[in-house]
Design a protein. Structure first.
Length: 142
């Protein structure tokens, strides 16, 4: 089941960030910023426990995906796909013009996940992740 993050879920999200998130950096600060951001939303996939989540910014006419994470033990079970599909369905329901994100050019699994859900590569962001490039991907109107 996918729902918006509740206060008592925060500690689980921070634990997943610490142990299972692929990218480096201070993810705890990023998550706390997401929660304090007036546009920020976090949707969680929960089946007895939180198995994954997607952090987005909701700009009332489009979504921007900031991160998506699935616990290592739960990967390749379709949870990431369910989270992206859920967001796609919300965007369609709200008649949002697009959903965008940046993804490391080397993250083939994530690129394939987004492509499977209707996203296309719109541009390349040079040195977006330090010395690594990223793709700007989107679904909907450019």
């Amino acid at each position: 089941m996918i729902t918006e993050l509740k206060d008592d879920d925060l500690s689980y999200i921070l634990e997943i960030e610490k142990t299972d998130y692929i990218n480096e950096g201070n993810r705890k600060e990023d998550i706390l910023f997401e929660l304090s951001n007036p546009y920020g939303k976090i949707f969680v996939y929960k089946d007895k426990e939180i198995k994954g989540y997607i952090c987005v910014e909701d700009y009332t006419d489009r979504y921007e995906i900031n991160s998506l994470c699935v616990k290592k033990a739960e990967r390749e079970k379709g949870i990431g796909n369910e989270l992206v599909k859920y967001l796609n369905d919300l965007a369609d329901e709200k008649k949002y013009r697009n959903i965008t994100l940046e993804v490391n050019k080397n993250n083939v699994a994530a690129i394939n996940l987004y492509r499977k859900n209707g996203f296309e590569i719109w541009a390349t962001r040079k040195n977006y992740y330090g010395n690594q490039d990223a793709y700007l991907m989107g679904r909907g109107d450019k």
